[in-house]
Design a protein around this ligand. Structure first.
Ligand SMILES: NC(=O)c1ccc[n+]([C@@H]2O[C@H](COP(=O)([O-])OP(=O)(O)OC[C@H]3O[C@@H](n4cnc5c(N)ncnc54)[C@H](OP(=O)(O)O)[C@@H]3O)[C@@H](O)[C@H]2O)c1
Length: 247
């Protein structure tokens, strides 16, 4: 259901994991929540479970997908207030073994898609003189991760995007921030551990707090960044990582 009086949010990559948790947190608070992912069946199930206002089963890297999703949301909800750039992929691969098709794929999904979605959203946020762009980066883009240089490179791009866009949009009450999670308990993290040279127990042992972050911890922080209480917080890249960034 859509209530045009309430704020509208798009959370990308939200059929599961961190994105689903963020979408659910906003839906509970009455926002018009739109979600997207490629797998139609799981997305539909998630949309019903979290009572989403709408869902888009598409690959965001496909030509025209980013413009279409933003335009369609504004057509049905009349507004777009919050963009959460969450969809992203990880690859564990020594640099000399990284395949060209994976370079293209990660640059497209982790960098180009958030840029395009920001580009198409800003017009509507400016009209309302209010907006929030919140990116889900990674601690790997802050401290670097051996054998994940492609992923680290793509996630570090959020630092430049966040600072530059925050400056450009400050006068329109649009804030831009990035959350850099450490290990979060999701399927992506499970697969990443399997791809790596370390066991789950060894990964846990390297985390100062000796635990994975839970998706709802990220969701609660994203909610704070989207709130009016956080109106003064912009251009920030914040690590939520159980201490991993400390070295
Ligand atoms: N989990 C961690 O430890 C961790 C740590 C740091 C940062 N992060 C970042 O947090 C974000 C979410 O991670 P997660 O762990 O929640 O991942 P996840 O459980 O694998 O979920 C990823 C979501 O994105 C969707 N997606 C993937 N590619 C897509 C595409 N091309 N177009 C549209 N949707 C797409 C997936 O659905 P479909 O597969 O059906 O498309 C799914 O809904 C990512 O940007 C990741 O880099 C995660």
């Amino acid at each position: 259901m859509i209530n045009p009086e309430n704020k509208t949010i798009l959370v990308t990559g939200s059929s599961k994991g961190i994105g689903k948790s963020i979408a659910q947190a906003f839906s509970i608070d009455g926002y018009n929540v739109f979600i997207c992912a490629r797998n139609d069946e799981l997305l539909k199930k998630t949309a019903e479970e979290i009572n989403a206002s709408g869902y888009f089963a598409l690959d965001l890297t496909e030509e025209g997908a980013c413009k279409k999703i933003i335009d369609d949301i504004v057509k049905s909800a009349g507004r777009l207030d919050i963009l959460v750039n969450n969809a992203g992929d990880y690859i564990y691969s020594p640099v000399e073994k990284t395949e060209d098709k994976d370079i293209e794929r990660l640059i497209n999904l982790n960098i180009k898609v958030p840029y395009l979605l920001s580009k198409y959203s800003v017009k509507y946020m400016k009209e309302n003189k209010w907006g929030r762009i919140i990116n889900i980066g990674s601690i790997s883009g802050v401290v670097g991760e051996a054998n994940a240089s492609l992923y680290s490179m793509t996630k570090s791009a959020f630092t430049g995007l966040t600072k530059a866009l925050a400056l450009e949009l400050a006068e329109y009450n649009i804030t831009v921030n990035t959350v850099n999670p450490g290990w979060v308990q999701t399927e992506l993290a499970q697969d990443a551990v399997l791809q790596s040279d370390f066991s789950y127990e060894e990964e846990i042992d390297m985390i100062p707090q000796k635990r994975f972050i839970q998706p709802d911890e990220i969701a609660k922080f994203v909610k704070y960044l989207a709130s009016d209480d956080a109106k003064g917080m912009t251009a920030q890249c914040i690590s939520l990582c159980a201490g991993l960034s400390a070295g």
